[in-house]
Each structure stands twice: as C-alpha cells, then as structure tokens.
Design a protein around this ligand. Structure first.
Ligand SMILES: O=C(O)CCC(=O)C(=O)O
Length: 451
C-alpha cells in the first residue's frame, strides 16, 4: 500500500498536478481547477470516502465534456490522469485493489504517465496474494480469480474457407531480408519468423493468461465496424467471455458498462499492450528486419479479439509485419495503384470521398447516409482518428457493386494467416483484415532511413 500511495502521490500527482492547474488557469477551465483543488484538500485531510466521490464526479465530468475541453498540451489526458490518480488513492486506502488496478490501467490507456503501469502491477500483485491466501480482496470482477479449469486456444481447429483466388506468395523467414532488399513492394507471408517466441504457446493458454494478467484492464472495441462502442474490461472478463466460451449476446448496442450484455465481437485493437504489460515483451522478439542501420521500429501493437473482428480497408504509411500468434485471420491487400477503385472515406466530409468511382445517387439511401455518418464518427473518435485513408467498402469479399462499381476491378492478393505466419505489408498497401477464429496478433511498423 505504501508503495502504491508513494507512486501516486510523489511520482504522479506532484508532477502532473501543478502543470494541470497552470493549464486550467491558461484555458479558463475553472470548474476542473476547483474540483482538483478539492481533491487535493481531501487528500491532505485523509478524507478518503469524500475523495472517492469527488474524484469520481471529476472523472465523469471530464468524460462527458471531453469534446469541449482544450486539446492542447495533453490537457485532457493530464486532467483524467490526475482525477484517476485520486480515485486510485482512495481505493488503495480502502484496500480495494481491483479498483486501484482498474483506475491505474485506465489512466495509462488515456495517455497518463508510465508510472501508472507500476501502480497497476502492484495492485494486481496484491490481488493475486489475496487470492492465494484464500480471500479475493474487494473485487467487483464478474468472474472468479480461482478458475482451475484449463482452456487452450491451441485446440482451435483451422477454419474452413473458400480456396484463395490470389494467394500471397510464401517465403521462409531466412529469405525476408533478401525480399525486402529486392522486392519491397510485394507482400509476402513469412513462415517461421516466430520459431523462437514463447507467445504462441503462452498466449494460447487462456487459463495461464487469466491467472497471470487477469486483473489488468484493457480498452476494447465492441460490435462491428463502423458501429463500434468502446469500454475497458479486465483481461479475466475479456478472456472468459471471448476466448473460453460462446459470447452472451449478438446485440451491438449497450454502453458497455459492467453487467451489460456484451456484443459477440470484441477487439483489443492496435493497443500498446507491450508497454502496458511489459512482461509480455519477453514472449516475443522484435524481428531483426525492423531495426537495422537504415530501419527503426516505429511502433509495436497488439491485436487480440474474438472471431469476427473487422479491420476495414485502410493503409498505413509504414512498412509492417503482422505476426499471427494464435488463431486465424483472413487478409486482403490492394496495391496503392488501386486506390481510385477503393472509395476512400475522407474524414470530416461525411461523404464517399472519391468522386471518381462513387455514384452519389446512392446517398439518397438512408442506410448509406447512416453508414457514412457512422464511419465519420468511428474515424474521428476511434483508432482511426487522424487517418483519412479508409475505404467506405465495408467488406471487399461481399461488395455492393451498385454502390461501389469500380471495386470489382480492384486487383488484390489474399491470405489466410495461421498461427506462426507473419504477413509483410509494404507501406501504403491497403489492407482488410478479419478474424476467422478467436485470434491474437502483434504487428511491427518500422521507419525507413535510420533512427
Ligand atoms: O489485424 C488486424 O485486425 C489489423 C492489422 C493492421 O491493420 C495492421 O497491422 O496494420
């Protein structure tokens, strides 16, 4: 408890709070300043119950007014971090380790400093000690921490799929560097790149993963693109609902609060989980090709999800290795030369974006308008924020050719990624990805031209 309180007070609040209060003065956000000062006073007087409710109210206000608050200077993440640090402090004094871990993970996920990871790890350790000693601590987690059954996703059978029309060429890992040097614009599936990793067996062991990381909370997308909602779940809840047994509901609605029926599809998508749970880094190795004299790793992200996740057709500006660790995914790739046939959605336009291929006559269709609006919201608010290169075609395997006539002429290549496969995607290649089973992947984008 002492360590947790020291981290929260000295390493987080004492550092973040003065800047936040100065920003509140600069931006004229007096209500936030007043609430933060109240938390400060309650903390000093050790009024933990009142601190809990005051910090809770501040978090709720910050969430509901996010759009109206200043974006400069990381103001919102800082304000959320401070409020969540106070919530965590109050929870620590109640020995409510479940909530300490949850608030700390949430603070890290919204952009708070790395010290929150240490707080979450300490709280999770308290929870597992409590479990070993036979009492579970104060927890609102909906699943038990002492599940002794063993579930392995290694047993998931390969999905039955139609034969591939344009299969992506496969190469052994030993040939990847040569491929990048001689044919960097051609995608390939690399076999054997994960041979030394322990992630394939560890991550597939749901029981092990829940025991080790179950108390940690992660951000998830629920439902089907573009109708997504977001919420945090503990890994125990996530694994229990989506990796161990059939999901409970097919609805994509709900606000995702605890006790809600969750949609069938849930995705921990493009998340820096390797920073949030650094122990996972030891389960894999950053592929050598991502960091050489003229390449440096840009970002590594984790993609864990149920069957049926969809990453819509989009492109990234970095070359990429997408490593399929557990389960199966279908991928379809389009070269940059096909862009004019892919109906890119332009963020903010609320429209098809590409006039050349799009017949706007279809915009009289209410569903199309709704879909365009949903895309716009998803693009602005979700993992595609700031990206405009997303296609409006929801599923390239099943295209409405009245709405997207040019799409049928778009040349593509495709693959089913099995455990152990790693897809090399050249920069600016459009890609569509959907999971054919519960699935765990990790990707590595790199920059060219040295560090
Ligand atoms: O696996 C996915 O769902 C998407 C992966 C992706 O878009 C990427 O690696 O760039």
């Amino acid at each position: 408890m002492e360590n947790v309180c020291t981290l929260l007070t000295t390493n987080i609040l004492d550092v973040q709070q003065p800047t936040l209060l100065a920003q509140c003065r600069e931006f004229g956000t007096d209500k936030v300043a007043v609430a933060v000062e109240k938390c400060q006073m309650l903390h000093k007087r050790e009024k933990w119950d009142r601190l809990k409710t005051t910090a809770e109210r501040l978090v709720a206000t910050l969430k509901s007014t996010k759009q109206a608050l200043p974006r400069e200077g990381a103001y919102w993440p800082r304000a959320m971090s401070v409020a969540l640090a106070y919530q965590a402090l109050a929870a620590a004094h109640a020995e409510d380790w479940h909530h300490v871990a949850r608030h700390a993970d949430t603070a890290f996920v919204v952009g708070g400093p790395q010290e929150f990871v240490e707080v979450a790890e300490l709280a999770a350790a308290q929870l597992s000690t409590a479990t070993e000693e036979g009492h579970s601590g104060t927890t609102t987690d909906t699943t038990t921490a002492t599940d002794n059954s063993s579930t392995s996703m290694l047993d998931v059978p390969p999905p039955t799929t139609a034969p591939l029309e344009q299969p992506i060429k496969r190469i052994p890992a030993a040939d990847l560097e040569h491929h990048l040097a001689t044919d960097p614009d051609t995608p390939v599936v690399v076999e054997g790149l994960q041979a030394e990793w322990r992630a394939p067996s560890r991550w597939a062991d749901v029981t092990f993963m829940m025991r080790k990381y179950g108390a940690r909370s992660v951000p998830l997308e629920f439902g089907m693109w573009p109708h997504l909602t977001e919420d945090m779940l503990t890994l125990r809840e996530f694994f229990t609902r989506y990796f161990s047994q059939p999901a409970t509901s097919t609805s994509s609605g709900g606000n995702g609060g605890e006790g809600d029926q969750k949609p069938e599809v849930a995705y921990l998508a493009q998340h820096n989980l390797l920073e949030q749970i650094p122990a996972l880094q030891a389960d894999l190795a950053i592929p050598d090709v991502c960091s050489t004299h003229d390449r440096s790793l840009h970002e590594a992200s984790v993609w864990w999800g149920s069957k049926g996740t969809v990453t819509p057709i989009h492109f990234d500006s970095f070359p990429n290795l997408l490593a399929q660790v557990v389960g199966y995914k279908y991928v379809r790739l389009f070269a940059p030369s096909e862009s004019s046939k892919l109906y890119p959605f332009t963020s903010g336009s609320g429209d098809a974006g590409d006039d050349k291929g799009s017949t706007n006559a279809d915009n009289s269709d209410g569903e199309d308008d709704r879909s365009a609006r949903a895309c716009e919201q998803a693009v602005e608010g979700g993992r595609y924020a700031g990206q405009s290169n997303i296609s409006r075609v929801p599923d390239p395997r099943n295209v409405d050719t009245d709405r997207f006539p040019a799409m049928k002429d778009a040349a593509f290549v495709e693959a089913v990624l099995a455990p152990g496969d790693t897809l090399y995607m050249p920069r600016s290649h459009w890609h569509f990805v959907t999971s054919l089973s519960p699935s765990m992947s990790v990707n590595f984008w790199w920059k060219e031209g040295g560090a």
